[in-house]
Design a protein around this ligand. Structure first.
Ligand code: KMH
Ligand code: ZN
Length: 276
């Protein structure tokens, strides 16, 4: 039975972290493929994808996404890819939407404006309606990214109005971004209690919250995201050498807590890809 298995997502690159912080952060296509493969080999069913120019500059270029997606799919033909439509802080909606033109199985849809460290990550209602419309038209299953408690209500209202793809919804609760909802178990429980009964969810803990939130997600029957986008350390003061190391730690936690790991095809079943 796939239903109770744990889906691990690896957010291998992100838009904000740099090689100065951890030399293993991937920029080039080859580095991105290597990191994706390390994560998949360790047990990730899904890769959440941002891409960079060779010098590390974040980009939402359709051509760069295509190059990276094609190269990853050659090495990991089964993996589910979730390209980002969040991009980096300050990008326009048109820039951010480019990967949806490649008709991925899934893409992120960010559910509201929020502080993001010293910056503001802008997701106005008109922007979100445009993103929802695009995903409806292109039959892309969104992963609804909630950085704040209020983001959940926002996207549930949009779903009721048919402005974003509806049932069954997949949420990713990203907790612990500086300036957003803190990564605590009560906050996670509040969010999980608010989702529709047929929805699925993932938790992402940022920075030092990565593994405590992973353990909570595993114990609560949800799914887990880890990766360099969210956290660069394997343990206090020890940089992870690869995304695979971070995924492997989640696999170990899951084994200790009695959750089996879902393959990519099992993840497609759990996430109801047939209803896209
Ligand atoms: N880079 C963050 C500002 C997403 O991928 O949809 C936004 C982000 C969300 O990473
Ligand atoms: Zn992202």
């Amino acid at each position: 039975m796939a239903a109770n298995k744990l889906i691990i997502t690896a957010a291998i690159c992100g838009a904000e972290v740099t090689k100065e912080q951890n030399p293993a952060v991937p920029y080039t296509v080859e580095e991105i493929v290597k990191e994706a493969k390390s994560a998949v080999d360790a047990g990730a069913a899904i890769v959440h994808l941002h891409v960079r120019e060779n010098d590390g500059t974040p980009t939402q270029s359709k051509a760069r996404f295509k190059e990276c997606i094609d190269a990853i799919m050659k090495e990991c033909p089964k993996v589910i890819l979730i390209p980002s439509t969040g991009g980096a802080v300050g990008m326009t909606a048109e820039e951010r939407l480019q990967p949806t033109e490649l008709f991925p199985e899934m893409a992120t849809l960010d559910c509201g404006t929020c502080n993001f460290g010293d910056d503001v990550f802008e997701n106005t209602m008109p922007m979100m309606r445009a993103f929802g419309q695009r995903m409806i038209e292109n039959h892309i299953k969104p992963e609804y990214e909630c950085f704040e408690m209020g983001h959940l209500d926002t996207v549930l209202n949009m779903a009721r109005k048919g402005q974003v793809p509806g049932d069954p919804m997949q949420f990713n609760f990203v907790l612990g971004v500086p300036g957003c909802t803190p990564a605590t178990v009560p906050n996670l429980c509040w969010l999980v209690n608010g989702i529709p009964s047929n929805a699925t969810w993932t938790v992402t803990g940022v920075g030092r919250n990565a593994f405590p939130m992973a353990a909570a997600g595993i114990a609560m029957g949800g799914n887990v995201r880890v990766g360099f986008e969210d956290n660069l350390y394997l343990s206090k003061g020890v940089l992870a050498k690869s995304n695979g190391e971070l995924v492997d730690k989640v696999v170990r936690l899951a084994k200790e807590l009695g959750r089996e790991i879902a393959t990519s095809d099992e993840a497609r079943e759990i996430l109801s890809f047939d209803k896209r």
